[in-house]
Design a protein around this ligand. Sequence first.
Ligand SMILES: Nc1ncnc2c1ncn2[C@@H]1O[C@H](COP(=O)(O)OP(=O)(O)OP(=O)(O)O)[C@@H](O)[C@H]1O
Ligand SMILES: [Mg+2]
Length: 323
Amino acid sequence: MSEWVLDLKGVRKTYRGGVEALRGIDLQVPRGSVFGLLGPNGAGKSTLVKILTTIIRPTAGEGQFLGERVGHKPTLRKVGYLPEHARFPEYLTAREVVKMTAGLCGMKPALTKIRSEELLNRVGLADWQHKKVGGFSKGMKQRVGLAQALVNNPEVVFLDEPTDGVDPAGRRDIRLLLEELRAEGKTVFVNSHLLGELEMVCDRVAILSKGEIKLEGPLTDLMGQKVEYRASCGKLTSELQSSLEKKGGRWEGSQLVIPVTKAEEAMPYLDQLREAGVVVESFTRNSMSLEELFMETVGTDTPGASPRPPQTNRQAPPLPPTS
Ligand SMILES: Nc1ncnc2c1ncn2[C@@H]1O[C@H](COP(=O)(O)OP(=O)(O)OP(=O)(O)O)[C@@H](O)[C@H]1O
Ligand SMILES: [Mg+2]
């Protein structure tokens, strides 16, 4: 069994009318991971998911998905899907929606009953399973969508904005569910604009923009690329401030930002502060958040975004000298 569930080379999609939604995607996704597909509106995320779920065909390129060529329909038996803005017949109960998907997957009725009960319990709808989805809130409908996406015990699940409209406790439940799926060896593709949530759960991410992958890899590696240390200081002289700036430090309020990746490299700064009798109230390591990484990668590609001003080191207002 290959370690990759997905292996794409040069995948392109040009829609009728000439929109180049994907411009040559190379992507490998390991089995048993939670993979975040990120990108601004119109980046091509849904187009990629639609190609993998055989809804549309790529214009060019090749790839393997679960050991078969991309587009091989029988492979979909091993796939679960929660589309963006999923809608279900309002006159069906939650249980009937899940049973309907089970039926479409060709599942035996006896197993269907057990699976739908178990899954509705798992997504927190045990008490609501006999109620019609027409009366459900947006977040409850998302939970029904999640349950139906898992009914065939898939190897790979695509979740397009799974936490859309879900309250904070429900989002945490979904995050825990994704972790359980990963522990079961399943691969989860999750597409969300809630980067803080993805940061908590994804093993790897790909940032897509204008049909191209701009950045891809293990989240810890990507976020760890830009590490800095921060020291919160008491009062210090303007001479000491400028001497630390000459070393490479910069000020954000009363915090000295030390642009180094290892704690030992920050020690000369702390030594200088201590020698001058400055109280160091805290010393912390900061890595980039996923949101910062995203904005740095595609900030100006976001529809409607204004170009970012050039990065400047924010200077702290001069502190009153102590001597
Ligand atoms: N059926 C279609 N025909 C023509 N153009 C399309 C079609 N579907 C999508 N597009 C265009 O392809 C590009 C990529 O669209 P896609 O829906 O894949 O983006 P997305 O990353 O999923 O965006 P969002 O975050 O808004 O869901 C966009 O420019 C979109 O307008
Ligand atoms: Mg989309």
